[in-house]
Ligand binder design. Structure first.
Ligand code: SF4
Length: 394
């Protein structure tokens, strides 16, 4: 039975493109909308899930991954999915159970601290959610305020016990390295407070300022609004990342992906599918899907998405065949993100290519390590992994 599940497991991603405010550095396709917009959106997502086979057929999506598929992971991402009412989340999970063979091992909800309430958390557990990815970002109120986040440090300490009391035994905390006003001391303090709260999983992201965001535009024009003058430099960010590596290692977390650490057995089952190129279906505005041979994405605009679904059409914006060349690039790029590394011999056999010439210069430069057939990013070069990928894709 386990082998059957492993061979046919399918992930489902549900995009919830709503936020309470817009963070200064973000330009995702998310909107701050009236709560009245939630129900029609959830209705459209449920229609897409319910009628996925017909929608795919009319949009030219083959989705051969549906054959004998067992859905074992669900991930509600955003935006801020915890803004939805619990009954909305329940409705979507019920729809997935009705439309697919479901054996849920992991059902994750991204939640922002200020949105967590006792009643809601209990309802999430009743709906089947067993993992919360908690958007902590920082424990410094100065940094949170400058970034335009809604919550403060006190909200994190209020919400985390509520999740535990509700029965969530798998919590992931996100931190962002590089927020305006962040210093070595404040970052160290955030790491210590995070570790003291004992989440099972931790993600550390380096701040990416979108050029179209308020902070991005301000940085481009050399201004100081949105604390643009207080954004740490690249060297500081690399130092923050290395501090996180060290602190989390000491606290017993295993570093398993460039941005992710877990207590043993708590690696994200859903996100591992992305890095292992396993199939997943995305539902909702802007959601991406991968069937094994095709990648596609829905229209980003939530209103357009709802209109299209209500008129019986799946608003697919990009539908691409994954060529063998592209698949190979993905194997290398996504595979190397995982610290176990990639089996070069296996990839060479599968794709009929020789990879030595691509890896030898990187090995010589100390950017990757080779051990037999396994190639992995060098531990001390993880903070500059983007440079490695640029070299590798040349
Ligand atoms: S960073 Fe997250 S919470 Fe903030 S606006 Fe963007 S999607 Fe919303």
């Amino acid at each position: 039975m386990l082998e059957f599940l492993a061979m046919n497991s399918l992930g489902i991603y549900v995009q919830v493109p709503f936020c309470q405010t817009k963070c200064t550095y973000c330009n995702f396709h998310t909107g701050v909308v009236a709560r009245e917009r939630f129900a029609p959106y959830v209705g459209a997502v449920c229609s897409e899930i319910h009628g996925h086979e017909g929608f795919y057929a009319s949009a030219g999506v083959r989705a051969e991954c549906l054959r004998d598929a067992v859905v074992d992971t669900v991930y509600f991402g955003g935006g801020t999915p915890s803004l939805l009412e619990s009954r909305h989340l329940q409705q979507i999970i019920d729809e997935i159970r009705g439309a697919f063979v479901a054996e849920f091992a992991e059902v994750t909800l991204e939640a922002d601290p200020e949105t967590v309430e006792e009643e809601k958390a209990a309802a999430w557990v009743r709906a089947g959610i067993n993992r919360v990815s908690f958007g902590v970002q920082s424990f410094s109120d100065k940094e949170l305020a400058a970034a335009g986040r809604m919550h403060r440090r006190a909200d994190i300490f209020r919400a985390a016990p509520l999740l535990r009391a509700a029965g969530i035994c798998n919590i992931s905390f996100d931190l962002i390295a590089g927020l305006p006003h962040q210093t070595t001391e404040s970052w160290q303090s955030s790491l210590e407070e995070l570790i003291a709260l004992g989440p099972e999983h931790v993600s550390v992201y380096l701040l990416e300022v979108d050029e179209g965001s308020r902070l991005g535009k301000e940085l481009l024009r050399g201004g100081v609004r949105y604390s643009a003058g207080a954004v740490p430099g690249e060297d500081d960010m690399a130092e923050f990342y290395e501090m996180a590596q060290e602190a989390l290692r000491r606290a017993g977390y295993r570093h398993y992906e460039i941005s992710n650490w877990a207590k043993p057995g708590f690696e994200s089952k859903h996100n591992l599918k992305y890095w292992r190129r396993e199939p997943y279906l995305g539902f909702g505005a802007g959601a991406h899907s991968f069937s094994g041979t095709q990648r596609w994405a829905n229209a980003h605009d939530a209103a357009e998405y709802v209109r299209a679904i209500e008129s019986g059409r799946l608003p697919v914006e990009q539908l691409e065949e994954v060529t063998a060349e592209r698949a190979l690039e993905e194997e290398l790029f996504l595979g190397l993100r995982q610290l176990v590394g990639i089996d070069v011999g296996k990839i060479e056999r599968e794709y009929g290519v020789a990879l030595a010439r691509r890896f030898d210069p990187l090995t010589l430069a100390g950017l990757v390590e080779r051990e037999g057939n396994v190639v992995r990013l060098a531990e001390e070069k993880l903070s500059v992994s983007n440079e490695v990928f640029v070299e590798l894709m040349k």
